[in-house]
Design a protein around this ligand. Structure first.
Ligand SMILES: C[S@@+](CC[C@H](N)C(=O)[O-])C[C@H]1O[C@@H](n2cnc3c(N)ncnc32)[C@H](O)[C@@H]1O
Length: 252
């Protein structure tokens, strides 16, 4: 997108009213009310940065996956008031809440994302804190699947637990038990992507990645280009991978 256009969208967003309506079941608010709104807003800074480096015209169709109960969704709606937005989550209540509150379509996801038909042709796919909870093979397969739902020149943004998450686990509040964390560290040191499930959910837990492993995974996805990898780009916490639906081997 042209920088000037991104700047104009950002300026309008800065003046827009952000919905303050909360669901009582919003886990992200209930566990972090103090930073809920700033973290949501910072997601937009990431989006604007990705758009400014992309070759797209303007996002008209957006997928927020997983939307939760709208920590970022409310900001996406404020920044892109005319866009068609699909709010997807396995927690159906969250997707329904976002669709009703912020205006858009709810999509009820499944544990295996490859079974979900996202409908395709999204200009922007925002994946806030999903790959932070799955193993490397799931993240790779899901990235491929989601990239197939991008419109030409569309952008996919996924957040990840990078090096900083070691410090988060150590000093700011454990994301998972110590035994599991030791397995995650060992996996990350051995392969670049560590993972351990939460006690009750074999396919869902906590991951920890090295940027090199994420980039290696992304470089094997056909039909896209890596737009960027930024450490601690989302709210000074998650790393961010940005892909663009533009074949890296497109002839000159
Ligand atoms: C850490 S929360 C992040 C939510 C939201 N992106 C935010 O930033 O507030 C992770 C979310 O992933 C959802 N989730 C887990 N597995 C999923 C799947 N297979 N498909 C869609 N959503 C999933 C959970 O229900 C939860 O809402």
């Amino acid at each position: 997108m042209r920088y000037a256009r991104v700047a104009a969208i950002e300026e309008a967003y800065a003046k827009a009213e952000i919905s303050q309506t909360l669901s009582p079941r919003d886990h992200m608010y209930n566990t972090g009310p103090d930073w809920y709104f700033t973290v949501g807003a910072d997601g937009m800074r990431v989006v604007f940065r990705a758009l400014a480096t992309s070759a797209m015209a303007e996002p008209k169709r957006i997928l927020d996956l997983p939307c939760g109960h709208g920590r970022v969704a409310r900001h996406l709606r404020a920044a892109f008031p005319r866009a068609e937005i699909t709010f997807a989550d396995i927690e159906t209540d969250g997707a329904d809440f976002c669709a009703a509150e912020f205006g858009g379509q709810a999509l009820h996801s499944q544990a295996d994302l490859t079974r979900v038909d996202f409908g395709g042709q999204y200009d922007l796919i925002w994946i806030g804190s999903l790959f932070t909870h799955v193993d490397a093979s799931r993240a790779a397969v899901w990235t491929r699947h989601l990239c197939r739902s991008l419109a030409p020149r569309g952008v996919l943004i996924a957040t990840l637990h990078g090096n900083w998450s070691r410090e988060v686990q150590r000093s700011y509040g454990a994301m998972i038990g110590d035994g599991e964390w030791q397995r995650i560290l060992a996996g990350c040191d051995a392969t670049g992507w560590g993972y351990a499930p939460y006690p009750d959910t074999p396919d869902y837990g906590v991951s920890l990645c090295q940027a090199s492993a994420v980039l290696a995974m992304a470089s094997r996805v056909e039909g896209v280009r890596i737009l960027g990898y930024n450490e601690r780009a989302w709210a000074g916490n998650h790393d961010v991978l940005m892909l663009e639906a533009r074949d890296r081997m497109e002839p000159w």
